[in-house]
Design a protein around this ligand. Structure first.
Ligand code: ADP
Length: 217
């Protein structure tokens, strides 16, 4: 049995699929003839079916059915999404910043995760909302505690690069039960990592919405 189609097709597109399924490879002209329509009328439908992955076109041969179900097509699309298209701007604090300053930065920048860097912008650690809350529970003077004392530090940071697949990042967020990953690249000296972006559960949610709207780049 064929899986449910995720992309909704029009009646005419369904008719085209049926024709190609039983007669392919078949030219656009021949499909048009069978539906008593012009080739020009069919062009947008053929383009949609080809882009969506249901049909493939070979020059001088015609259209043929790929045999892919809606969920196969969707899964292939998901596996093409990369961090690069969905990442946000990272918010960083210096290792010498106080817990107090980090809390203020988190509010002002409206983010849930901060990255801690040294004076050369190399990644040293991560601060989450709960890290800062935990440090605030006691009666300590938050202005005198440096973030370097409470952060999760290298090498225990889960990171990604801009070319990684979004689905791999999503798996890491689930496995490690965290909200965000820094997007990094090697520093010029090559020993550390420079933070170039931030990818969060919100970015993944955005990708899901784009997929549903079929607006994937
Ligand atoms: P919260 O603690 O506010 O629920 P997270 O779930 O993101 O937020 O963080 C849980 C813990 O994991 C925190 O101690 C945080 O420092 C750490 N953490 C967050 N992101 C990362 C990451 N990318 N790599 C390693 N540790 C992280």
């Amino acid at each position: 049995m064929e899986a449910v189609r995720i992309i909704e097709l029009t009646i005419r597109q369904e008719q085209i699929l049926d024709i190609v399924k039983s007669n392919g490879p078949i030219t656009g002209e021949q499909i048009a003839e069978r539906l008593s329509l012009t080739r020009a009328t069919l062009r947008p439908d053929l383009a949609i079916l080809t882009m969506a992955g249901f049909l493939d076109a070979r020059p001088r041969v015609g259209y043929f059915y790929t045999g892919k179900t809606g969920s196969q097509v969707l899964s292939e699309k998901v596996k093409k999404l990369t961090v690069h298209h969905y990442q946000s701007i990272p918010v960083v604090v210096n290792e010498a910043s106080s817990v107090y300053d980090a809390i203020v930065t988190m509010f002002l920048e409206d983010v849930g995760t901060l990255f801690v860097v040294d004076s050369k912008s190399s990644l040293l650690g991560v601060l989450s909302r709960k890290d800062l809350l935990r440090a605030s529970i006691g009666k300590q003077d938050l202005e005198s505690i440096p973030v370097s004392i409470i952060m999760t530090r290298m090498p225990n940071i889960t990171m990604c690069t801009k070319d990684d697949l979004l689905i791999d990042v999503a798996e890491k967020l689930i496995d490690k039960q965290i909200d965000a990953l820094p997007v990094v690249r090697n520093t010029e000296e090559g020993s550390g990592f420079e933070v170039v972006g931030r990818i969060t559960k919100t970015n993944i949610t955005k990708a899901l919405v784009d997929l549903a709207k079929d607006e994937v780049i």
